[in-house]
Design a protein around this ligand. Structure first.
Ligand code: PEP
Ligand code: MN
Length: 269
């Protein structure tokens, strides 16, 4: 049994003190926080209908439960591919209907709330927007399940306080995602912080998954980090998958092929 310390917490709604049982977050038939891990796979960005359909069929065949894909991409450089925007989300909705996988995609702006309300099953708030409190509150008000990623330089407490903004708005359907943090170590893109994963599981009743792809930045390190995350208690994985990583418009180096994703899931189940 996880034992949060009994001191008063700055995040009373996210804390396990008043809510010892892990919260179950449902996305259609999928449940986060139960006994089985949830596997989410898909490309960093939606590039075309054919691309997403090919990948979605591979994710489903591999045993993945949900499809991910970015339509609004928060790229470090303004010259990098920014995503297909509205057209991308429409493609994603169509592919979801075709293959029967529920979908999660990242929102960047309050302006796009109606579009996300119409198109996605779960709304992702990315690392760069974890502290965009207006966005957190407005997305919470949609009433849809939310995948909240940890800011790359946020402490575990700041991460839980960001979740608190959503809970405080009356939306309890929050799944946390540890995606790696910035440290002095530069040999990988980020460091998957399993200390914080374990800490958060003692402190909070919210389910938490890991994203080994953005933590590693390279595909060959994704399987060991995925296994480590699940061994440490993560309730699911968010993995970037592409049918042809070399041609991906975003994050190809860290994307698993469909076969690699299939082998990973086989090795975990
Ligand atoms: C993503 O999941 O596509 C993404 C941009 O990740 P992060 O916000 O963790 O950088
Ligand atoms: Mn990415």
């Amino acid at each position: 049994m996880l034992t949060p310390s009994t001191q008063q917490k700055p995040y009373p709604l996210a804390s396990r003190i008043e809510h010892p049982e892990t919260t179950l977050v449902s996305v259609g038939e999928i449940q986060f926080g139960g006994t089985a891990p949830v596997f989410i796979g898909g490309p960093c960005s939606i590039e075309s209908y054919e691309q997403l359909l090919t990948i979605a069929l591979g994710v489903r065949k591999a045993g993945g439960h949900m499809l991910r894909g970015g339509a609004f991409k928060p790229r470090t450089s303004p010259y990098s591919f920014q995503g297909l925007h509205q057209e991308g989300l429409k493609i994603m909705r169509a592919v979801s209907l075709e293959v029967g996988l529920p979908i999660v995609s990242e929102i960047l702006s309050i302006e796009d709330l109606p579009l996300f309300d119409e198109c996605v099953d779960m709304v992702q708030i990315g690392s760069r927007n974890m502290s965009n409190f207006d966005l957190l509150v407005r997305v919470a008000e949609l009433g849809k399940p939310i995948l909240l990623k940890r800011g790359m330089s946020a402490t575990a407490e700041e991460f839980l306080l960001a979740a608190e903004y959503i809970l405080n708005r009356g939306n309890s359907q929050v799944v946390l995602c540890e995606r790696g943090i910035r440290t002095f170590e530069t040999s990988t893109r980020n460091i998957l912080d399993l200390n914080s994963l374990a800490f958060i599981q003692t402190e909070s009743h919210l389910p938490i998954i890991v994203d080994p792809s953005h933590a590693a930045g390279r595909a060959d390190l994704v399987p060991p980090l995925a296994r480590a995350g699940l061994a440490a208690g993560a309730q699911g994985l968010l993995v970037e998958v592409h049918h042809d990583p070399a041609s991906a418009l975003c994050d190809g180096a860290q994307s698993l092929t469909l076969d690699q994703f299939h082998s990973l899931i086989d090795s975990l189940t």
